[in-house]
Design a protein around this ligand. Structure first.
Ligand SMILES: NC(=O)c1ccc[n+]([C@@H]2O[C@H](COP(=O)([O-])OP(=O)(O)OC[C@H]3O[C@@H](n4cnc5c(N)ncnc54)[C@H](O)[C@@H]3O)[C@@H](O)[C@H]2O)c1
Ligand SMILES: N[C@@H](CCO)C(=O)O
Ligand code: NA
Length: 443
């Protein structure tokens, strides 16, 4: 582990290099310049504490950064990123870091949901900062919106799909009829599951997140012991089938609701109408609904698990904390000029297009239209001919009447599409181009 010498450098010590930790190490090494620019001061990863330096990892960490002495690393870094997980070791290392005033960023919901208030108290005593956006709904920014963006409102309810593993399992069972065990094995392989997946399938992981969400949303400290918890192990293929037959989908929901006399925190499998926005959350994706008195309903959606997505939330906390402690100002610059990036004209946009036109209803017309598109490098994804419609609205097969043609193109350049439409309008067989609309399919 190299020593940090330059006092201007903001130093990071990383504990744990598993699914999430390895991706944080990669970003800190490969994107060091970008991260330093975002903070406004040089940032340096000074060490990665692991149990065994020889273990192969998702990203090969430079050997000189690896150490088995987590405590020494904690004692040296300005900011400690804890991604070991679990209660004992992680808890005492975080305590040690906060105790000496170092900032801590963690994804450890189990720890936060049982000892959150105690750790915050240590931080308050030493003036240290503790952030944990990765702990709830992985990559989705949800804690900061609750704590900051909604701090001028009253939150009344939070309801979410906050466990990727169980959503993946239930979704696979619902859509492919997969067996529980196979779907769980796949979720583990993809890095969604906790080290012990019992925490996922028994609902404990979601319950920890419910406690954290309730605490921040309602400004009152809750722990995992305050959360009613029922997992998905009792959900059968028959339940899923029966729910589907009645227009429902089964989701594991974490719910925190405020009542006049207190708060109810609960995690359980829930039947949701298929029309509900949370019902469309597929695979390992998460989504969190927040209801606030003035804001009304809000929904946050994204990847709730997996090493790379979760590392984004860790890095966001890291940059935000480092900026606060070392940046040129407490806040990010209102308008950043970090990158020179011109605004391009619309002609350079690329998307799919829907074209509705009226053409002469005779042989060869479609081929002629298709040729115009091909000549302009616009390819056709689908074409519909709803039927020839006469002026009185009756379907008319008379060859002299116009025929409606609706085309959806593949991705094309706006410039090529403009030229295509101009040429189509000038074509003898095209009576009119009625609509041109853009289609966004790709993410
Ligand atoms: N994987 C996800 O999708 C995800 C999402 C959100 C939050 N989290 C949280 O992030 C944390 C890490 O999750 P993960 O999926 O990367 O777990 P992981 O099990 O893949 O990684 C943990 C790593 O820490 C190492 N470790 C254990 N004890 C250690 C010690 N004393 N010193 C050094 N290293 C030690 C382990 O060998 C392992 O490599 C957990 O708190 C988890 O709940 C994970
Ligand atoms: N095991 C958790 C990781 C994210 O917290 C999940 O499946 O959602
Ligand atoms: Na998050």
């Amino acid at each position: 582990m190299p020593a940090a010498t330059d006092a201007n450098v903001f130093t990071i010590g990383l504990l744990g290099a598993g699914n999430v930790g390895a991706q944080v190490a990669r970003t800190l090494v490969e994107e060091r310049e970008l991260i330093s620019a975002r903070v406004g001061t040089p940032v340096k990863l000074i060490g990665v504490a692991v149990r065994d330096p020889e273990t192969p990892r998702d990203w090969k960490i430079p050997g000189e950064l690896l150490t088995t002495d987590a405590e020494a690393l904690v004692d040296q870094a300005d900011l400690v990123v804890e991604l070991i997980g679990g209660m004992e070791t992680a808890g005492s290392l975080i305590e040690r870091a906060l105790g000496r005033g170092a900032a801590v960023v963690t994804g450890n919901k189990a720890l936060l949901a049982s000892r959150g208030a105690e750790l915050q108290a240590i931080a308050a005593e030493t003036g240290a900062v503790l952030r944990y956006e990765a702990a709830v709904a992985g990559a989705i920014p949800i804690l900061r919106p609750i704590e900051e963006s909604l701090s001028g409102d009253r939150i009344t309810k939070v309801m979410g799909i906050v466990n990727g593993t169980t959503n993946y399992i239930l979704d696979q069972m619902d859509t492919t009829g997969a067996a529980f065990a196979d779907a769980l094995a796949e979720a583990q392989k993809l890095g969604y599951a906790e080290a012990d997946p019992t925490a996922d399938v028994e609902g404990h992981d979601a319950a920890a997140k419910a406690a954290i969400l309730g605490t921040l949303a309602f400004h009152a400290p809750f722990t995992i012991d305050d959360v009613y918890c029922q997992g998905i192990t009792e959900v059968t293929a028959e339940d899923i089938e029966a729910a589907a037959a009645s227009g429902y989908v089964i989701k594991l929901l974490a719910i925190a609701e405020k009542r006049a006399e207190g708060a109810i925190l609960r995690v359980h499998p829930t039947l949701l109408p298929r029309t509900h926005p949370l019902a469309s959350v597929r695979g390992a994706f998460n989504a969190v609904f927040v209801v606030a008195e003035n804001a009304g309903e809000l929904m946050f959606y994204g990847q709730g698990a997996g090493g790379t997505p979760t590392s984004s939330a860790v890095m966001g906390d890291l940059v935000s904390v480092a900026r606060r402690l070392r940046g040129p100002s407490a806040e990010a610059p209102a308008i950043s000029s970090e990158v020179e990036l011109p605004a391009l004209p619309i002609e350079q946009a690329e998307t799919q297009y829907y074209i509705d036109m009226e053409v002469a209803d005779r042989e060869g017309v479609i081929a002629e239209v298709a040729r115009v598109l091909a000549d302009h490098h616009v390819s056709i994804e689908s074409m519909r001919q709803p039927g020839s419609v006469s002026v009185d609205g009756e379907v008319d097969t008379d060859n002299d009447a116009g025929a409606q043609v609706q085309i959806v193109t593949h991705r094309a350049r706006e410039r090529d599409l403009d030229d295509t439409v101009a040429t189509l309008k000038g074509l003898g067989v095209v009576k009119s181009v009625n609509s041109v609309l853009r289609v966004e399919v790709e993410q």
